[in-house]
Design a protein around this ligand. Structure first.
Ligand SMILES: C[S@@+](CC[C@H](N)C(=O)[O-])C[C@H]1O[C@@H](n2cnc3c(N)ncnc32)[C@H](O)[C@@H]1O
Length: 205
């Protein structure tokens, strides 16, 4: 792994949801500056662009692990969508609320079944949250369940967990069982940390 910013080692080794909530609550005020300015975090813009190309204005979208709302802000520049956000950290959600681009914002743990009905959304976007110490590959099946057939799931997976964390295998399983068609590209993530991600676009069948 090339990431060198002091907080990153702690983030990728979070032990459970309680620790994740504590660390992100404490980081919320500095998160945008540290990620965008210091690390060169380009994933929110790249993922929002990929999603905007695949949806129409008026689409219902869930931003899963929305954090301070960087993805919501990027999406709002490109599309007029009905955007809901979910995250574990109240401190991060408070920052997201201040952006005024989300229809609803909710505390949710993405490692558990989501309180969302089947086919509820036209699209799900999940950026920066499928990584070590955060949310594992099991959530991808939940995203498929809550996204309408023909919709779009756009997710980034940090490159250092793509194989070992089981994300690649889970996407291959979902595609192999005919539940999604999948496209995956390697893309920049933290450009100042020379770190890449896999940008995944899944289309539920
Ligand atoms: C690196 S941030 C990404 C936030 C935002 N998507 C972005 O790109 O700026 C990871 C986010 O995942 C959230 N998170 C970590 N574990 C989670 C879990 N189990 N359920 C929901 N959110 C979680 C954190 O609170 C944090 O806001």
């Amino acid at each position: 792994m090339n990431d060198t910013h002091p907080i990153l080692a702690r983030l990728y080794a979070l032990k459970d949801a309680d620790e994740a909530r504590e660390v992100y609550d404490a980081w919320a005020a500095d998160y945008d500056h540290d990620t965008i300015d210091d690390m060169g975090y380009v994933a929110p813009a790249l993922a929002a662009e990929a999603l905007a190309e695949r949806i129409s204005d008026g689409a219902t979208v869930l931003d899963a692990g929305c954090g301070t709302g960087l993805v919501g802000a990027e999406l709002a520049q490109r599309r007029e969508v009905a955007l809901d956000g979910m995250d574990l950290s109240p401190g991060m959600l408070e920052r997201a609320r201040a952006r005024e681009v989300y229809r609803t914002l909710e505390i949710a743990d993405l490692t558990r079944e989501l309180a969302v009905v089947d086919d509820a959304y036209d699209a799900v976007i999940c950026v920066g949250t499928l990584t070590g110490g955060h949310v594992g590959p099991g959530v991808l099946a939940e995203f498929v369940r809550i996204t309408a057939p023909g919709g779009a799931i756009v997710a980034t997976v940090h490159s250092h967990v793509w194989e070992d964390g089981g994300y690649r295998a889970e996407i291959e399983r979902l595609a192999g069982e005919g539940l999604v068609s999948a496209e995956v590209w390697e893309r920049p993530y933290h450009v100042r940390e020379q770190m890449s991600c896999r940008l995944c676009v899944l289309t539920p069948q």
